[in-house]
Design a protein. Structure first.
Lengths: 404, 404
């Protein structure tokens, strides 16, 4: 007997017809021996509609009331899916977060699930019932509705898998799994069968949208296996597993890219102790996250060029902040480039495979792709390239690291 | 200091702009000394939208899940109105039925509010807060969401006025109050300033849509004064009060009509004991409510014609049932007419004014309007007329009973 938590995203529940199909899918999965707990997002588009409404009421819509408003989305889809299952002859009911209850802590709109009662739902599971739980929401310790941030239904599903000691957690979505790179960018992209939490976290933070990072983190901390798969296909998807359950045939698992970056270079900075701190202090104070940093020392050692990258939508603010400190740090000139992209190779297998960095740089050099900046972690190497070279870089790396 | 419950219907909350206007109206009413509890319906059209969705999922949508679905409507409007008030500088919050809690009994979709906690909201009122409570819903004793039937927000408001010992209950709607008759039917219709519970109940049941009958009944049982008025006008509306607070200058307060009726006549029924019971038994068994009954004895006393009226949409079924018992009760012929209307005069003053019945019949006879059937209660007289005579009958009665 297995106990499984399965979660359906908004696109899987985007219409009455799709909800009916999801009910059929669940019915087919449900055998006498398996226990299924279902977690749902709001129907596609609904959360955005509600946010639009809230903006028309107030620019500073009360955060607690926003949670009351947004919570209606998953309440609706929970009822609709539960009723569709009942219509198909299954035993089912919706369990709203305050009925379970699922208790959260932290501020409204950005709470964190930390406790759940399991008694009533466990009884219901034993009686053959299929509980439908609205994702993305809970109640605070004073029993007000809370939400856990956009995309939070994934985190709800993994947290519920933890509280109910589920064997694994299936995330049904509109893609067939996690790919070696974005299939829209490269036709040779292939579905990854198995991947580690760390790899998926690197890929997620580097621009591959698969699952909410906090959901993966909860799974990693609690050793919960996740299966990301498509609602619209019967194919197996991608399993996200602990390291121990993986064997790394390949040193590189996937390639991510992001086009959200911009580069700023301060030319002719007088090189003296503490100058770097003076440059990055105002950025930090203004919540601007600096990603990559390069410093080129001038031949005489008296001047230096400092290059850093930031999110593209923070470029204007960053330039302004650098202009503010121009006299203080005494640089000659500021240049910037917002036509850069970050391409990253990710793989837990890197740790045991020497020469990956060399191979990456060589591959790009052979293709005449200039590397503007580099950053690395244990399981990823990122390079900054001209934006127009993104696609070419991905293709070459995909081939050279045997992902084609 | 007064404590008031004010309720806004769906048309008053039909758009973001209208919700903002309602917030301004509430803010204006709120003085330091007054305590205001607000009850809201769902935004106009929303409950119908949700019902449409439910019908697409299942013809037998689970009743408990339907309540979960429908409850989202008032949850949304509660949040939006509360946030609009906060935006305008008021202290406000939504209190969902399970947070208060408002406890109901009876089946899903048709529950009845019977208990409410008042502690937290009373504290909130004392602190100057304006609580917004979703109407139409509550929770059962096992804490599942329930609804109290369509239009039930009126009943919610009156029940909350009772639990919180409010001085009165204001029902804000899209009309300026209760009229002597339908203004669309007769240009001389006038707003009634004060009316008794009994009168409004007779008018409601006879086809004047003002307030849900169950709401008036709760008010009557608990002596709660109601003020029906328009959200879109500052004019005083109609006060619904106990008899004792009214003086009846006029014997007739208002004129109602309904065009939902149909008439069936069984001709040549053999007149023997128990025959009426045999006719009405199958109708009762099939939940068909017989309204008026007339029996004409034939000159020789051996045969009789039996006429009765029913709701027009139950005519086909009634004819079928009568055909089924044709041999059993041995009547000659069945005729029917679905072009009949019921016109009623209502007035608590009738009890002390003799000759009202005569005056009504005389008025209609003078105008050559044939009375097909009659039924009376202590405070109303209804007559069945040809549907095409409805408007004329209303005009004559409105004039002759000094309502013009």
């Amino acid at each position: 007997m297995a106990r499984v938590v399965i979660k359906f995203g908004g696109t899987s529940l985007g219409s009455i017809e799709k909800i009916t199909n999801v009910a059929s899918l669940i019915k087919k999965k449900k055998t006498n021996n398996d226990e299924i707990i279902v977690v749902v997002s709001a129907m596609a588009g609904q959360t955005n509609d509600l946010i639009e409404k809230s903006k028309k009421i107030s620019k500073n819509y009360d955060k607690a009331e926003l949670d009351v408003l947004l919570a209606t989305g998953e309440q609706m889809s929970s009822s609709l899916l539960s009723a569709a299952l009942i219509d198909q002859g299954c035993k089912s009911r919706s369990w709203l977060s305050w009925q379970i209850p699922i208790i959260t802590e932290g501020p409204h709109n950005a709470s964190r699930i930390y406790r759940s009662n399991t008694d009533e739902i466990s009884k219901f599971l034993k009686s053959g019932g299929i509980p439908i739980i609205p994702g993305f929401q809970g109640v605070s310790n004073i029993f007000r509705l809370t939400t856990i941030g956009r995309g939070g239904s994934d985190a709800s599903a993994v947290a519920i898998a933890k509280f109910f000691d589920a064997d694994f957690c299936e995330i049904y979505t509109d893609v067939e799994g996690v790919y070696t790179t974005n299939p829209n960018m490269h036709s040779q992209a292939k579905k990854i069968d198995k991947i580690s939490y760390e790899e998926i976290l690197e890929m997620a933070s580097l621009g591959t949208k698969i699952m909410q990072a906090s959901a993966v983190q909860i799974a990693m901390l609690n050793n919960i296996s996740i299966h990301v798969r498509s609602t619209f296909s019967e194919k197996e998807g991608t399993k996200i597993l602990p390291d121990a359950k993986l064997d790394y045939e390949k040193s590189v698992t996937g390639i991510s890219f992001s086009k959200n970056d911009a580069k700023v270079t301060l030319i002719g900075v007088k090189d003296r102790p503490g100058v770097a701190a003076k440059i990055f202090e105002p950025l930090g104070q203004n919540d601007i996250n600096v990603d990559m940093v390069i410093q080129n020392i001038s031949p005489d050692g008296k001047e230096t060029d400092v290059t850093f990258t930031i999110k593209r939508d923070q470029l204007d603010q960053s330039i302004k902040l650098m202009n503010d400190i121009k006299t203080k740090i005494n640089y000659k000139k500021l240049v910037y480039d917002d036509k850069v992209a970050k391409v990253s190779i990710i793989g837990a297998g890197m740790i045991v495979s020497p020469g990956i960095t060399y191979k990456m740089f060589k591959s790009l050099a052979d293709a005449n792709i200039n590397i503007i900046a580099i950053s690395t972690s244990e399981i990823k190497i990122s390079v900054l390239v001209n934006e127009e070279k993104t696609s070419e870089a991905i293709k070459i790396l995909h081939k050279n690291f045997n992902l084609d």
